[in-house]
Design a protein around this ligand. Structure first.
Ligand code: NAD
Ligand code: DAU
Length: 361
């Protein structure tokens, strides 16, 4: 059987980083299926556009005819399912796309894979893998002193986004339990790094700081997220794919909880030293507290002991090294940011923050 993998959502933030790393490491051919929603950006894949080991296909994970054709044509040994609507705020404004892709799309993808996998030889079926990339948000919100999420934590999703991801996780679990599909699921904490779409906190703050706009902090800014550099998430996925136990779930995190306000202040400090404001003031002057996110989860924290102890994975980057690399990437890739922000994103930002009494666009 070939060493080809099928990646879905590989033009988005994490998917593109995963594809770039996979090809850089020479691990085999990647068929990259992406619908190119507002979050999908072929510019993320410029470095591999002429690489014969990368086949980009514009399409929807919910299109069973297309997915079935791709499976038979390329005969991958695994699917890594990144494709999703991923932004919590967008899910609050309009949940339907989240149900469409994250729930129905995942269901149709599983159906296509089940039919394909069933007709493989016994030997090929055994080595086949369906790796579903999910989030820590399915576990809900933690109080300040509660232990971090383990894989046994009960699901308690609070946003339309996390509810839709929880539904897809349950479908993946059921396809393993009922049909024997060789699935793996990863639940990861907040990622950051290159190619992160500037609607999410870290790239939004870097972009707004450099363009003289307000740095919007929802509510008190004391909500806590557990940050992981994106290539560490990619290495965790590769490890799970390689040696993870079929049917198992692995939590992935950076052991790095931080309050939002401290993340933003750190970004301001790094920018103050790398690209000081013309007036000599700190970028922190631009911080602005705005109306809170509806149903805002207070704290996420991942207990990554299982993947560490059973599979030997740990992150390579600390928050200090990762955030420094991230800011440097954004400073050196302003053309990428400008191309992204001149598109549909501009209208979204204007609408969303206008409701919080801010003019950011
Ligand atoms: P993203 O929004 O940057 O990218 C999503 C990609 O999926 C885009 O390229 C988009 O075009 C594509 N896509 C959307 N709907 C599709 C469909 N129906 N068919 C095919 N392609 C489609 O998201 P991301 O931040 O890279 O997240 C990737 C995955 O990782 C998601 O499943 C997300 O839930 C999960 N995750 C993200 C984080 C994070 O911090 N960003 C953390 C944990 C888990
Ligand atoms: O935990 C994993 C999740 O992390 C992923 O599953 C999601 O796909 C990903 O988008 C991310 O979700 P968050 O909601 O945690 O990320 P976001 O960058 O949108 O927000 C991070 C925190 O910062 C959150 O507490 C909300 C806050 N925030 C966000 C924005 C965009 C602000 O205070 N101001 C902002 O303008």
């Amino acid at each position: 059987m070939s060493k080809t993998i099928l990646v879905t959502g590989g033009a988005g933030f994490i998917g593109a980083n995963f594809v770039l790393e996979w090809l850089r490491l020479g691990l085999g051919k990647v068929v990259n299926l992406d619908k190119l929603t507002y979050a999908g950006n072929l510019e993320n894949l410029l470095a591999v556009q002429h690489n014969p080991q990368h086949v980009f296909v514009h399409g929807d994970i919910g299109d069973q005819t297309l997915v079935t054709k791709l499976l038979h044509e390329h005969q991958p040994t695994a699917i890594i399912n990144f494709a999703a609507e991923s932004h919590v705020d967008r899910s609050i404004h309009g949940p339907e796309d989240f149900i469409q892709t994250n729930v129905l799309g995942s269901f149709h993808l599983l159906e296509s894979v089940r039919a394909y996998w069933n007709q493989l030889s016994q030997a090929d079926r055994q080595v086949w893998r369906f790796l579903h990339v999910s989030t820590d948000e399915v576990y809900g919100s933690l109080t300040a002193d509660a232990p971090a999420f383990t894989e046994n934590h009960a699901y308690a999703p609070n946003s339309p986004y996390s509810a839709s991801k929880a539904a897809s996780d349950h479908l993946v679990r059921a396809y393993h339990h009922t049909y024997g599909l060789p699935t793996l699921t990863t639940n990861c904490s907040n990622n950051y790094g290159p190619h992160h779409f500037p609607e999410k906190l870290i790239p939004l703050v870097i972009h707004n700081a450099l363009t003289g706009k307000a740095l919007p902090i929802y509510g008190t800014g004391l909500q806590i997220r557990d940050w992981l550099y994106v290539t560490d998430h990619c290495s965790a996925i590769r490890r799970v794919l390689e040696v993870g136990q079929v049917g198992e779930v692995y939590n992935v995190g950076g052991w790095n909880e931080m309050a939002n306000i401290n993340v933003v202040k750190t970004l301001c400090q790094i920018l103050d030293s790398k690209k000081p404001r013309a007036d000599g003031q700190s970028y922190a002057e631009q911080i602005s507290f705005v109306e809170d996110r509806l149903g805002h989860d207070q704290r996420y924290a991942i207990d990554a002991s299982k993947i560490h102890q059973q599979l030997g994975w740990k992150p390579a980057e600390s928050f200090e090294s990762g955030i420094e690399k991230t800011v440097t990437w954004y400073l050196e890739n302003q053309a990428w940011v400008n191309n992204v922000t001149s598109g549909e994103y501009r209208h979204w930002v204007a609408k969303h923050y206008a409701e919080r009494g801010e003019e950011l666009a």
